[in-house]
Design a protein around this ligand. Structure first.
Ligand code: NOJ
Length: 558
């Protein structure tokens, strides 16, 4: 059995780049790899240790690159393979690691494997995907649904069978039961290791194993049967032993269904599967569970639940795994717009959420623009680009008719994935400095006020606050090893906890409301012998016990 060597990622802060929207150096309107290279000094100044790039491989871009035609080729839209190798080299020179996105569950229908597979039932690639005959009456093999709306099965005229796709019809699911598929994937991973890639973010890796009985779901939406299939752990362990451990590559898997109590099965070092997983649990605190409108059925965010869930993950993985900490990514809205205040308390709110996240044990992930407090745009429906949004509009508004257009648009403004995909706001010039051409996606009109240049020169710089948080993780062992204890679990406004290492204690606190809070009445802390402010987002804070102002946040050693 192979055992793991380095654990650099336990001390790291990782920055996610959505290349399409980061920085365009050619005027094409689409961000590119040279654009990332151009910003390496910016990223080094921020202090991040690794970059995770959303997919940059050859792709028809039906789902912005999560539909891959060729895993070994960089899409010309983003540059060349040589550009990518140069990015890896130059990032490494600055001590920054590179993590690529590994889409394990499906490819593009343009991938040569699928093109071959659909030709016949008896060629080498025939079983690379999941093909089924229809039922006796010709209808679909079962009622499984696609996350982007409609059925998860599409009829293929050339092969005269249905194929499975958990996402768009242009994203057929790979058949991991076939050992050749797994070997092809491992070869691809070896290829990128040779080029210097340090790790993998694994797209919906918990969907790779399918129940071979293909039973109907209770409801036709994507549910239990489409996650954590019977051979999932076996496949992931095999990949670990073939690639991750021997090649010493870091891994973080996207795991929509994992709960705090079973997460260890994927991340316990003893099991040799993954280093970390992205849970969805804490991101669902504003969703009406079990509602017919799925992820578009929103409710007021439940802060007590947020604290409970995040604390459960802290406690469960303390000695048996490691947490991946995030509020934002390319599938999530801007947290300050979604759960907080993105107008008059934008600085305070952005830094409050950052304090809470970065104060925890685990590896924090920062999503591009989060470090300057970018916000959700409020576009008209036809100004959005995302395939999920369009598919779900058809499904819920046009066909099922359980949401009106206005209700849907309200939800879109809160949680749609496109909220995070507007171009990065670099300065107040044309197109926010993102491109000199015509941007592929509308820039958030507030770029004239909210942009990197502006933030860096502001007295209240969110970027500078992130710099401090990142340095803190490097300078002090507390955040990595300190124990965790949630305080005031029932409080609806304060998220506060204690970290403790030997006899040192840090209190981390954020007011996630706009109210003034009299702390004296709430918090009982014993043996306060000293109060040293480690970081705080109101510059005049000097002790714990005081009135807590809107979105005030701090870490104080007591
Ligand atoms: C999760 C990715 O993060 C998302 O952007 C994508 O659409 C789906 N997986 C399908 O690959």
């Amino acid at each position: 059995m192979h055992t793991k060597r380095s654990e650099w990622w336990k001390d790291a802060v990782i920055y996610q780049i959505y290349p399409k929207s980061y920085n365009d150096t050619t005027g094409s309107g689409v961000g590119d790899i040279n654009g990332i290279i151009e910003k390496l000094s910016y990223l080094e100044a921020l202090g991040v240790d690794a970059l995770w790039l959303s997919p940059v491989y050859l792709s028809p871009q039906i789902d912005n690159g999560y539909d891959i035609t060729d895993y070994r080729q960089i899409d010309p839209m983003f540059g060349t393979n040589e550009d990518m190798y140069r990015l890896i080299e130059q990032a490494h020179q600055r001590g920054i690691k590179i993590i690529m996105d590994f889409v394990a569950n499906h490819t593009s229908d343009q991938c040569s494997w699928f093109q071959e597979s659909r030709k016949s039932k008896d060629n080498f690639f025939s079983d690379f995907y999941i093909w089924k005959d229809g039922k006796a009456d010709g209808s679909k093999p079962n009622n499984w649904g696609s996350s982007f709306g409609g059925s998860a099965w599409t009829w293929d005229e050339s092969r005269k069978q249905y194929y499975l796709h958990y996402y768009a019809a242009e994203q057929p699911d790979l058949n991991w039961e076939n050992p050749n598929v797994r070997q092809y994937i491992y070869d691809m991973m070896r290829f990128w290791k040779q080029k210097g890639v340090d790790g993998w973010r694994m797209d919906v890796v918990t969907s790779i194993s399918k129940d071979q009985d293909f039973p109907d779901n209770e409801r036709d939406l994507t549910t239990a049967n489409q996650q954590n299939g019977p051979r999932m752990h076996e496949f992931i362990h095999e990949m670990n032993q073939e690639i991750l451990t021997p090649l010493d590559m870091m891994s973080v898997g996207e795991s929509p269904a994992a709960k705090s109590w079973n997460a260890w099965e994927l991340v316990s070092p003893k099991r040799q599967e993954l280093d970390m997983i992205f849970t969805f649990e804490h991101m669902h605190i504003d969703r009406k569970a079990g509602d017919i409108n799925g992820r578009w059925a929103l409710q007021k965010p439940d802060l007590v639940a947020l604290k409970q869930i995040m604390s459960n993950w802290q406690n469960e993985l303390r000695d048996n795994g490691w947490n991946a900490l995030y509020f934002e990514n390319h599938d999530r809205a801007r947290v300050i717009s979604r759960w907080g205040n993105d107008s008059n308390y934008r600085y305070e709110c952005a830094t409050a959420f950052a304090t809470i996240l970065h104060g925890l044990q685990g590896t924090p992930y920062i999503y591009q623009g989060e470090e300057i407090g970018m916000t959700n745009p409020k576009f008209e429906l036809d100004e959005y680009e995302d395939i999920e949004l369009r598919g779900n509009y058809q499904h819920f508004v046009e066909q099922q008719k359980t949401l009106t257009e206005t209700e849907f648009l309200d939800a879109v403004h809160k949680i749609s994935r496109d909220n995070a995909r507007t171009p990065m706001q670099w300065n107040s010039g044309e197109n926010a400095g993102f491109t000199t051409g015509k941007s592929w996606f509308k820039v958030n009109p507030n770029y004239t006020d909210i942009n990197v240049e502006q933030d860096l020169k502001s007295e209240q710089s969110i970027f500078a606050y992130y710099q401090q948080l990142i340095q803190l993780r490097k300078q002090d062992t507390m955040l990595r090893v300190g124990s965790y204890q949630l305080l005031l679990p029932e409080d609806q406004r304060l998220f506060t906890y204690l970290r403790q290492e030997n006899d040192r204690r840090w209190i981390v606190l954020a007011n996630l409301s706009e109210e003034m809070i009299e702390l004296n009445e709430l918090l009982e802390l014993s043996n306060i012998t000293q109060e040293k402010v480690i970081i705080s987002n109101y510059s005049d804070r000097y002790r714990v016990m005081d009135l807590i102002r809107p979105y005030e946040a701090f870490i104080i050693e007591i």
